[in-house]
Design a protein. Structure first.
Length: 392
């Protein structure tokens, strides 16, 4: 997510400064958004980035314990840079969550920098190969270039906040992550289904009542009660794979649209206009809603499907040697991170916004009917009789 954010929200100068080094593994970054007190509610993040007009810097600060960046992957022991989502404050006014690229560890000693507190959050239910960590800032100053400024920036001359595109474009990184989760769900479930199906094909239980003496027992996969558990999951792996591929294609299409608009703006003598600065925001809105709903659906199918596969393997499925148990434990957090699967407000909000215009049109038509009933054409009597006849 660190590199994806730099690619999607950094200017050419910022990409030259950090992305080139990240691609060469000269720096290792993480994406620090989730906090101890806020996860799904991004607008409620408490970490602040206050603009200092006197020396043209930002002060990153964690005002409360709940402002601790928490659950951040690769932060506990590995990362030396972080894209930090913080509330941008200018003259006491908040301009919402904004990404900042911040160095957090010394590149030689790997020790946390002054007034930056970092640690590992400790063992988890699963996925312990990932060093999830916490991060707090105590009045840490960073230069003006630290604010990723592709879509918004603070003018150092006027000390004013300026947008260069739609605010929704800032959340492109989250959309990318949810798209990858949809694509990953198919491969995760495929592994569990493969193990369970192969096991059921060789595992034998009970001899057929009509079998001859000494004949082998029946393969478990031959039983209908096993087939109805595994075969739908086998079909689901294909559905999830192609759905995920379609999601990633949509994301890449949107990114290409944004990139092409940027190139056109560079060629134009007038500079970037609304069509360039807002390029991709229309598709991103649909992509964001789709990724929210599909992330929830696909990860739930995969997680619940892995449990079905484990139980289909009988007692041996509980053994770590089956390969399903650890795989299942490592995958479980996917149903929670990047938006809990019961938090479908984004998808619901989008659907509501699409329904609202239809309701407005119906209300206007109803009002016109009461004002001018003679203008509304009446249905022919024979159609009314036919409809009445069908209802009977």
């Amino acid at each position: 997510m660190f590199k994806v954010t730099l690619e999607g929200q950094g200017t050419a100068e910022q990409q030259e400064k950090w992305l080139t080094k990240a691609n060469d593994y000269k720096i290792i970054g993480c994406y620090a958004q989730t906090e101890l007190g806020h996860g799904s509610n991004v607008r409620g993040l408490e970490t602040t980035a206050t603009w200092n007009s006197d020396d043209k810097t930002f002060t990153i600060h964690s005002p409360h314990l709940t402002a601790s960046k928490w659950w951040i992957g690769s932060l506990g022991r590995t990362a030396n840079y972080a894209v930090v989502m913080a509330q941008l404050i200018i003259n006491g006014k908040s301009y919402g969550p904004t990404p900042f690229c911040v160095q957090i560890r010394d590149l030689k000693t790997h020790e946390p920098l002054e007034n930056i507190h970092i640690g590992d959050i400790g063992p988890k239910f699963g996925y312990n190969t990932m060093d999830n960590g916490f991060l707090l800032f105590n009045q840490v100053k960073v230069p003006h270039i630290s604010m990723l400024a592709k879509y918004s920036h603070v003018d150092p001359k006027t000390n004013k906040f300026q947008r260069r595109g739609s605010p929704t474009l800032v959340y492109g990184t989250l959309t990318w992550v949810r798209s990858t989760i949809v694509m990953q769900a198919g491969s995760v479930l495929a592994r569990g289904v493969t193990i369970a199906t192969r096991y059921a094909a060789v595992r034998r239980q009970f001899q057929d009542r009509d079998a001859q003496a000494g004949e082998a027992e029946t393969p478990v996969l031959n039983y209908t009660m096993v087939q109805i558990r595994l075969l739908p999951l086998l079909a689901a792996t294909f559905a999830l794979h192609f759905t995920g591929k379609s999601m990633m294609d949509m994301y890449q299409e949107n990114q290409k649209k944004v990139q092409n608009a940027g190139e056109e703006a560079k060629k134009s003598s007038r500079g970037a206009g609304p069509e360039e600065t807002n390029a991709g925001s229309d598709l991103l809105a649909d992509l964001h809603a789709s990724s929210c709903a599909l992330k929830s659906l696909s990860s739930s199918i995969a997680a619940e499907g892995l449990e079905v596969c484990r139980r289909a393997c009988g007692g041996h499925g509980y053994s770590s040697f089956s390969g399903i148990g650890p795989w299942y434990a490592d995958y479980l957090p996917t149903t929670t991170w990047e938006g809990d699967n019961y938090m479908l407000t984004h998808a619901g909000r989008t659907l509501s916004s699409q329904v609202s215009p239809l309701r407005s049109q119906q209300r206007e038509a109803h009002e016109r009917h009461h004002r001018h009933p003679h203008r509304i054409p009446q249905a022919p009597h024979h159609r009314l009789r036919l409809r009445h006849h069908r209802l009977q």
